[in-house]
Design a protein around this ligand. Structure first.
Ligand SMILES: Nc1ncnc2c1ncn2[C@@H]1O[C@H](COP(=O)(O)OP(=O)(O)O)[C@@H](O)[C@H]1O
Ligand SMILES: [Mg+2]
Length: 137
């Protein structure tokens, strides 16, 4: 369990967490709007480097980054209805041998039993965030 008090601390935690990621890893980010999922991801992206390009559909937003020899996919499912999740080709990202980090992962119904990292961010009071990171295998 981690506690952060500023956006920078949350981003720095993401940067540190990135060191544990390996090709094929899937990261589920959970937490309310404004809890800090994107801020955490920005730290992960910083650790990996190069900006690739963004793709957007009416279902999901995908930012693709080059992470050495593999890719990092930052996927945001905010606009997605839970039942449509498997109709949008998301498995092409998840099971591609790259790294996927997914905001609003609650909407990925049916993927709960896949190996993944679970990162849950809670806005406790003011700018304090409680961040739980666990590996589900
Ligand atoms: N400790 C903190 N960690 C992360 N964000 C924080 C923190 N304190 C305040 N904030 C603010 O909360 C918001 C988080 O936004 P964002 O990362 O986009 O959330 P989400 O992607 O979960 O909707 C930002 O406006 C950020 O400045
Ligand atoms: Mg976000």
């Amino acid at each position: 369990m981690f506690f952060t008090k500023t956006p920078k601390e949350t981003s720095d935690l993401g940067k540190k967490f990135a060191a544990a990621l390996k090709s094929g890893d899937i990261v589920f980010l959970k937490g309310d709007l404004g809890s800090g999922k994107t801020t955490f991801t920005q730290g992960v992206v910083k650790a990996f480097g190069n900006k690739g390009f963004a793709r957007s559909s009416s279902f999901m937003l995908v930012n693709e980054y080059n992470a050495g020899s593999i890719k990092l996919f930052h996927i945001d499912l905010y606009r997605l209805k839970p039942l449509s999740v498997w109709d949008i080709g998301i498995e092409e990202y998840l099971y591609s041998g790259n790294i996927s980090i997914i905001e609003w992962a609650e909407r990925l119904v049916g993927a709960e039993n896949d190996n993944h990292w679970n990162v849950e961010i809670e806005n406790t009071a003011g700018s304090e965030r409680k961040i739980k990171i666990e590996k589900k295998k």
